[in-house]
Design a protein around this ligand. Structure first.
Ligand code: PHE
Length: 349
């Protein structure tokens, strides 16, 4: 057996004992390194005759290539085996998980809560499944009163009818929380901000069957319209910006007297009603309607067990989706997009 074959045999033995990448690194150095066995063998060739030199040189080179290949193959096997057991490549970059965010309406609820918290209002939530009584009767709308029709209502078919409270409904407005709050607190002062889901069967660019309202209620001695106007003005400036103004327009609600519909100056034309000598397309008049408000009707105070001779109060109810749509920089033209669950829209906020 010549020296090349001997070396080949020795290598095969060594290779069979190599089980890790570092074993293989050492093997590489031992055979193919600068002072390795292959080079040693080549050095001995110089002493041979030219023909022998040529033949042996060829064989050594073949062995060199083969050793290189065999080490490479074994390296792959070792790595694959390690990966399938417990191999962790700590150098790989971590996985990027998509980040979620709150829904636009949730952001608005947080913001509105904070704005009213700053002036001492307590955040409340009253039932979504409510008695007719708190949504209508207690609000000066006895059974059969036509004003009930203004609040198109979902009735719960299978609920038993209560003698005092009537049928169960999905609350069509947060005003149902007014008398509930009076009964809870018992004695004024009351400063409540009731934020809850409301339901009415409408579906168009400015209505969804489920929506949110926030209801302000303030009852104490000597409360008057200026406090109502001041509070709405404060809210408008905090929520929409310092440059917005409000006004109270006369309106009618059974549970407030007098009643108003507060308007706010349009955020696009800033109350002018015109942009570049053309009618503003968003508001047409310079004003946008915010919602309903007024001084709490004496009958409502009485239903809440509060003496209307001693106390007065105001209330307002605004739609959260509505005020969100009107915010500068958002200006949605179709409210339904809020509930389409389209991630391309929602992930912008
Ligand atoms: N509840 C009324 C509505 O949903 C709004 C309102 C609230 C009006 C409080 C007056 C006072 O339309």
């Amino acid at each position: 057996m010549n020296n090349v074959d001997k070396l080949h045999l020795q290598f095969k033995k060594d290779l069979s004992k190599s089980t890790s990448t570092s074993d293989l690194d050492n093997l590489h150095i031992k055979y193919l390194g600068r002072k390795g066995l292959i080079n040693k063998l080549l050095q001995s060739i110089y002493k041979l005759r030219p023909e022998e030199k040529k033949e042996l040189g060829k064989k050594v080179n073949e062995l060199k290539t083969s050793i290189n290949q065999l080490i490479g193959v074994r390296r792959q096997e070792v790595l694959k085996k390690a990966k399938s057991t417990s191999y962790v490549d700590m150098t790989l970059p971590g996985k990027q998980y998509p980040k979620g965010s709150l829904h636009l309406v949730s952001y608005a609820i947080e913001e509105i809560s904070k704005i009213f918290q700053k002036i001492g209002f307590i955040r409340m939530t009253y039932p979504e499944v409510e008695w007719e009584y708190f949504s209508f009767d207690a609000l000066n709308m006895p059974p059969g009163h036509p004003a009930r029709d203004d609040f198109e209502t979902f009735f719960i078919d299978y609920s038993p009818k209560n003698l005092k409270y009537g049928k169960m409904i999905l609350s069509p407005h947060t005003s149902s929380g007014q008398v509930r709050e009076m009964l809870r607190v018992k004695k004024p002062p009351i400063r409540m901000i009731n934020i809850a889901k409301c339901y009415r069967p409408n579906w168009d660019t400015t209505h969804t069957p489920m929506f949110h309202q926030f209801e302000g209620l303030c009852i104490d001695e000597n409360i008057n319209i200026t406090h109502l106007k001041g509070t709405i003005d404060y809210f408008a400036k905090e929520f929409f910006g310092e440059n917005r103004e409000i006004r109270l327009r006369p309106a009618h609600f059974q549970f407030t007297e007098p009643s108003f519909e507060p308007d706010i100056t349009c955020g696009v034309c800033l109350g002018k009603g015109v942009i570049n000598e053309r009618k503003c397309r968003v508001c047409k008049s310079g004003w946008l309607e915010l919602a309903g408000a007024g001084m709490v009707h004496p009958n409502v105070l009485s239903a809440g067990g509060i003496d209307p001779e001693k106390y007065t109060g105001w209330a307002f109810g605004f739609g959260i989706e509505r005020v969100t749509m009107m915010k500068e920089g958002i200006m949605l033209d179709d409210m339904r997009i809020l509930y389409d669950n389209d991630i391309r829209f929602l992930s912008q906020f």
